[in-house]
Ligand binder design. Structure first.
Ligand code: ADP
Length: 260
């Protein structure tokens, strides 16, 4: 219960820009900095009880394997999926709070983007297969790039995961990675899907924190409403650009240009 109350408070604070300035008349900059510290500390602290809860539910499930009623099995499964959702939310909040506080460094290294992307795409194949979605990667075979490998992997996963989430059964998702030399040397990452698409009005808003075109749909898919905010932060931190092109009813294409 405490976890749920704390998370609710955390979300309200992050969403509504809860300010500490009013009470103590402290400078706004300082108040925001304290607020960010608070969100980062709280997110960090919340991860431990959540992981204990997750393990506890699993222990109850295993220990009572044969004895549980169908109803109890269902309740425990629901608990597990809610704990997973909360953990994702807390992790995403922590990422953004650290980014806001300037506490996350971009550590650039030279690596091959195509070679890094391949196992990542393989790891999400099972998700695509469940929905009978054809997931494929195309483009240049080697793309040497100077960037933060971990963050670029996170960016790819967010976009591919979204493409699978918002594409109906039997659709297609294509990840294309290309290197262009003119007018400037850069890398283009494009994730195309045959999903529901996003209307022009919504396209400006989806990169905002907690903005979801369809809250119920996002919840059902286990979304937190923070994935694209994190994606945009990663792209900005690399001096790149992210845009979405699509036709509602036909699909979306998320396109990223990264300077080399
Ligand atoms: P969520 O966790 O809800 O997926 P995101 O920040 O990743 O949050 O995305 C914000 C919203 O943008 C989603 O809730 C969804 O409405 C929309 N969206 C993101 N990716 C796609 C896509 N490939 N196709 C259609 N809608 C999308």
């Amino acid at each position: 219960m405490m976890v749920i109350i704390s998370i609710t408070f955390l979300i309200i604070a992050a969403f509504a820009g809860h300010s500490l300035a009013g009470k103590a008349m402290i400078p706004i900059k300082q108040a925001f900095s304290r607020q960010r510290e608070f969100v980062a500390d709280a997110s960090h602290e919340l991860r431990t009880p959540l992981s204990i809860l997750q393990t506890s539910v699993e222990v109850v499930q295993t220990d009572n394997d044969q004895k549980l009623s169908a109803f109890s099995i269902q309740v425990l499964d629901d608990m597990k999926s809610e704990i997973r959702r909360m953990t994702r939310l807390v992790t995403d909040l922590l990422t953004l709070a650290r980014a806001d506080a300037g506490a996350t460094n971009i550590i650039k290294e030279k690596f091959d983007l195509a070679a890094t992307a391949e196992p990542l795409i393989r790891s999400v194949q099972p998700l695509a297969m469940v929905k009978e979605i054809h997931l494929e990667m195309s483009g240049d075979e080697t793309i040497p790039i100077m960037a933060d490998r971990e963050k670029i992997s996170q960016l790819l996963l967010i976009l591919v995961d979204n493409a699978i989430k918002y594409t109906p059964k039997g659709g297609r998702v294509e990840v294309s990675l290309t290197r262009t030399v003119t007018p400037k040397t850069m890398v283009t990452i494009a994730v195309h899907d045959t999903g529901e698409g996003i209307s022009e009005n919504e396209r400006k808003l989806i990169f905002e924190r907690f903005y979801r075109v369809n809250k119920v749909r996002s919840r059902e898919e286990g979304g937190t409403g923070l994935g694209l905010s994190i994606a945009k932060w990663i792209v900005d931190a690399h001096g790149g650009k992210i845009k979405v092109e699509n036709t509602p009813g036909i699909g979306s294409s998320f396109i990223i240009h990264l300077p080399l």
